[in-house]
Design a protein around this ligand. Structure first.
Ligand SMILES: N=c1c2ncn([C@@H]3O[C@H](COP(=O)(O)OP(=O)(O)OP(=O)(O)O)[C@@H](O)[C@H]3O)c2ncn1[C@@H]1O[C@H](COP(=O)(O)O)[C@@H](O)[C@H]1O
Length: 105
């Protein structure tokens, strides 16, 4: 699974400087970080709608769009999926409820 994410991350990094008329990644990158963030938000809303409608096929597609646009934004911030996986690994075994309680003191 993470091979697919790593390959996609590598493709996105290569495509950032491609011809925007031939590459969606290059075209979106050229529009700037605010536009990338806006697209991520749009895809998140579309995923929310698919979830509320219990549309499993729609959700699969929207989740893929969401992950793709997240990777585009991470690349723009010079972050990688490995950074995110390291953070998830750090949290492994720590209950979200315990973490919330610790934050609230
Ligand atoms: N995984 C994806 C991927 N998922 C979604 N998308 C594109 O993301 C866009 C999503 O935008 P919307 O659904 O909002 O559609 P839209 O209305 O056309 O978009 P806007 O006009 O609002 O920007 C669509 O154009 C999709 O085709 C993707 N584009 C590219 N990839 C991967 O990135 C690689 C490089 O792509 P290029 O940079 O285009 O060569 C590809 O080989 C794929 O592996």
């Amino acid at each position: 699974m993470s091979d697919i994410l790593e390959n996609l991350e590598s493709t996105i990094r290569q495509r950032r400087d491609a011809d925007p008329s031939a590459s969606y990644v290059a075209s979106l990158t050229g529009k700037g970080r605010a536009k990338m963030a806006e697209k991520l938000g749009e895809e998140a809303v579309e995923a929310v709608i698919a979830a509320v409608q219990d549309d499993k096929a729609g959700m699969t597609g929207e989740a893929a769009d969401l992950v793709f646009h997240l990777l585009v934004l991470l690349a723009d911030m010079d972050l990688s999926i490995d950074d995110v996986l390291a953070e998830l690994s750090r949290r492994e075994g720590l209950s979200g409820l315990d973490e919330k309680a610790a934050r609230k003191g």
